[in-house]
Design a protein around this ligand. Structure first.
Ligand code: HEC
Length: 145
């Protein structure tokens, strides 16, 4: 609770420095790592590699919603390098577009949270959610390996 209040304040003021006593690079990487784990479960289900399970879908979407809500505030100006970050300089050159992508990501995740009630609706919403990952990484994340 306290931490989400801090993030909300940082977002409202646009002041990354509020988070200076924490490590935004480690935090955003941890959130993205959780996104990756949640997305893998969804992806495997959407490909028929894992059996459809509505509870797992809901739980995974909740993780993605949390990531979409918190991660955007974790790119202050003083976090461009270090900490093994794969964030590209393009983020800070196109901050408005980058931030807008998190807003869209959250919107798509919330639409899925509201709309997925069974396997058929899951298959309809899943691709829309996944597009956000690749679309942003393509422009703003260094390729690994
Ligand atoms: C608006 C942009 C954006 C969206 C949307 C986004 N990502 Fe990322 N992601 C990034 C950036 C930037 C990094 C690099 C962060 C860093 O290293 O500081 C990253 C890093 C990652 C990583 C590596 C984390 C690590 O161990 O360092 C994973 C895994 C990941 N994202 C998964 C996902 C998945 C899955 C989705 C969609 C469900 C997603 N991301 C959506 C921007 C985004």
């Amino acid at each position: 609770m306290k931490r989400s209040v801090i993030v909300a304040i940082a977002l409202a003021c646009g002041v990354g420095a509020v988070l200076a006593d924490t490590d935004p690079i480690a935090e955003r990487r941890a959130l993205m790592k959780h996104d990756g784990e949640a997305a893998k479960k969804l992806f495997d289900m959407s490909k028929g590699k894992a059996p459809f399970d509505l509870a797992t879908v809901k739980e995974s979407l909740k993780t993605l919603d949390e990531g979409a809500t918190k991660t955007a505030a974790l790119f202050p100006d003083n976090s461009k390098t270090g900490g093994g970050t794969a964030a590209l300089p393009a983020i800070w050159q196109n901050k408005a577009d980058f931030d807008a992508r998190f807003v869209k990501f959250k919107k798509d995740v919330e639409a899925a949270q509201a709309g997925v009630v069974d396997e058929a609706t899951f298959k309809k919403f899943a691709p829309t959610v996944f597009e956000n990952c690749g679309g942003c990484h393509e422009l703003y994340k260094a390729k690994s390996g």
